[in-house]
Design a binder for this molecule. Structure first.
Ligand SMILES: [Zn+2]
Length: 176
């Protein structure tokens, strides 16, 4: 997507004044810009309809990692029901990914785990139903926070799953 014309202060003022009174399509005509350009600017500046606020930074990050692999229905399971604004935000966050300021998944492993904890609500262990499920990265890569790479396991089942428990008991046998 082309970056388009730079926004002047005046144009931005007009946008701010009109956004809650006029339709985006009308504003696009007033400012002689495309509808997409208006929507992207509204998205980037956090200007939005008060009734359905734009998503939080966390939610947008979640979408950026998951939108291409997930259907709207699956995203809705994590973030709640999707109304028209939400759907629009999804397609805008797709555009946003192509934005030069988007840093993508270039983050540390620790960062990846923190993100997983932030994005995915705690759920019970899928094996023993212990309420304290941890977010286990199935492929072993903590940066891969796609929903289908996350499995909820309690500490014990998690340790069985990744072999830590076996190592520990082998170690205990050796010591004895
Ligand atoms: Zn368990």
């Amino acid at each position: 997507m082309a970056r388009g014309k730079i926004w002047t202060e005046r144009e931005y003022e007009i946008l701010k004044k009109c956004i809650h009174k006029k339709k985006e399509k009308e504003i696009a005509e007033i400012l002689n810009r495309s509808l997409k350009a208006i929507q992207l600017k509204v998205f980037e500046s956090g200007l939005s309809d008060k009734k359905s606020p734009l998503w939080s930074k966390n939610e947008i990050e979640f979408l950026q990692a998951n939108y291409c692999k997930l259907r709207h229905k699956e995203i809705a399971k994590e973030l709640g029901p999707l109304d028209d604004t939400a759907r629009k935000n999804i397609s805008l966050s797709k555009q946003k990914e192509k934005h030069p300021n988007w840093k993508g998944d270039n983050t540390s492993k620790e960062n990846g785990r923190t993100r997983a904890n932030r994005w995915f609500k705690q759920k019970p262990c899928i094996l023993c139903k212990n309420k304290k499920g941890e977010r286990h990265h199935i492929d072993g890569n903590p940066l891969n926070n796609n929903l289908n790479n996350i499995k909820f396991l309690c500490r014990r089942c998690h340790m069985i799953e990744d072999g830590r428990l076996k190592k520990l008991s082998n170690l205990n046998k050796k010591i004895k």
